[in-house]
Ligand binder design. Structure first.
Ligand code: ZN
Length: 176
């Protein structure tokens, strides 16, 4: 007998959480922090987070936790620069969206977290992708002729794979 896993519904959470994201985007935009390539460390600091880089096992990407009363983002210093940027954006997402529910988040490598049964993880990845690759900038660059994944990825400071998911999510077809 086949085991059918229940398809998980949309990741988007409550209206309150969506409103919090809209407000945050406005504050970051007002502070000039959404210019591409987005400076995720500056955004973390703007939100009062401390960012520390430290060596970790390769399958760990980073964490968010409270230490001595302050929120700290840890990122695996041994990972590629683009990967570290995505990790920091992912931990910022946990802070913005989930820090009221948990005080500690430890993240393993994000290989296909799309399939992660924990909605918080998929939501954090969605938020991170939107933060690093703002829709308007992606569309504008593509319409101005930057149509290779590697070219776009370089502009946004992300991996080609992260770029591929993003453009697909925005409805573009990717030629192999
Ligand atoms: Zn996470």
């Amino acid at each position: 007998m086949a085991v059918v896993r229940k398809k998980v519904s949309s990741v988007r959470t409550s209206a309150m959480s969506a409103q919090r994201e809209v407000d945050l985007r406005q504050r970051l935009s007002d502070a000039g922090l959404l210019r591409v390539p987005v400076n995720v460390v500056a955004i973390a600091e703007f939100l009062g987070l401390e960012v520390v880089e430290e060596p970790m096992a390769d399958d760990l990407s980073g964490y968010l936790e409270v230490r001595s009363g302050s929120w700290v983002v840890g990122v695996n210093s041994l990972h590629h620069r683009n990967r570290k940027r995505f990790t920091i954006a992912h931990e910022i997402a946990h802070f913005v969206l989930h820090s009221g529910q948990k005080k500690s988040f430890h993240d393993q490598t994000f290989a296909r977290r799309n399939d992660d049964p924990n909605p918080m993880e998929r939501e954090a990845d969605r938020f991170a992708a939107e933060l690093l690759m703002p829709e308007a900038d992606v569309r504008q660059m593509i319409s101005s002729g930057n149509t290779t994944l590697s070219g776009l990825a370089a502009e946004f400071g992300v991996s080609a794979l992260a770029m591929k998911y993003r453009v697909q999510n925005l409805g573009y077809r990717v030629n192999q």
